[in-house]
Ligand binder design. Structure first.
Ligand SMILES: [Zn+2]
Length: 287
């Protein structure tokens, strides 16, 4: 889970762009709530900074004037289509993710924009830039319209949270053939209990189901490394092969403390079964 720069867009411009060529009575309704949308955007930023997005009640109109359909139309007709003026903002949101990688899983490529507070239940934030997150299809679909009503259930928010200031992502090598891996969150005890619970919750199936994404890629990554590990093991036993894994860990850690690859390599180093039974056996098979 990777922190991103918060988008700094002018809400006035975004709403005015939305209103161009819009027909009445929708135009009239949106114009009536324009100031309210701007105020709600500022409130969102303030609440998010204090970890209080969960106190915002679900709602399906803005002041009983603009409807959910009105706001949906702003987004789907004025924000997303390529020929609309607000598309530049949409593209800028996609571009906030370094190397195009999804900030939730840090693995898949960004393909969509996720509404952190779902637009179906939090109508006022349908075009609020702070609520629009670049995401991969898996993370966006997994999140769907799920909501949260306390701080612990509040998923990782890339514009306001930093979960990469301590190591919490771990993996376990499953000791049977073919070698596979399971990932889990194990936050350190010297951070706040609230943050520990939020990291675990965001990682879990109620959050972004990250184990499901990582274990698939891990199997492939391991296969691509096995030949080299075998060769090193035959040449210099465990010590030489561990050196290779430690070099890989060093490279990964320079990018992120919680890379699934780091967790994967470390789990290989830590498995007695791998070094004492599995690797000697497959090396023998090769001879
Ligand atoms: Zn993702």
């Amino acid at each position: 889970m990777k922190k991103l720069e918060k988008p700094q867009f002018d809400m006035e411009t975004i709403i005015d762009n939305c209103l161009v060529h819009m027909q009445n009575p929708r135009k009239k309704r949106i114009t009536l709530v324009k100031e309210k949308i701007k105020k709600k955007t500022e409130e969102y930023d303030e609440l998010a900074q204090h970890g209080q997005l969960h106190i915002i009640p679900e709602h399906d109109t803005i002041d009983n004037i603009a409807t959910k359909e009105d706001m949906e139309a702003l987004y789907t007709q004025r924000f997303v289509p390529k020929n609309q003026p607000n598309r530049a903002f949409y593209d800028k949101i996609l571009a906030l993710a370094p190397y195009g990688k999804c900030p939730y899983c840090q693995q898949n490529l960004v393909k969509t924009v996720d509404h952190f507070l779902p637009k179906s239940k939090y109508v006022a934030y349908t075009v609020t830039p702070y609520n629009l997150i670049p995401a991969c299809s898996d993370c966006n679909t997994g999140k769907l319209d799920s909501t949260f009503h306390n701080r612990v259930e509040e998923p990782f928010h890339p514009y306001y949270d930093n979960f990469d200031d301590c190591v919490w992502l771990k993996a376990k090598l499953i000791e049977m053939e073919p070698v596979s891996f399971q990932f889990y969150a194990d936050p350190p005890i010297d951070i706040s209990e609230e943050k520990r619970q939020r990291i675990s919750h965001s990682f879990s199936e109620q959050g972004f189901c990250l184990n499901n994404i990582y274990k698939l890629h891990a199997a492939e990554e391991y296969c691509s490394r096995e030949t080299r590990l075998k060769e090193c093991f035959q040449k210099g036993k465990k010590e030489l092969a561990v050196e290779v894994l430690q070099d890989l860990i060093k490279d990964e850690k320079s990018i992120s403390l919680n890379s699934w690859k780091t967790a994967l390599y470390q789990s290989i180093i830590d498995s007695e079964w791998y070094w004492n039974e599995y690797l000697p056996e497959i090396c023998k098979g090769k001879d």
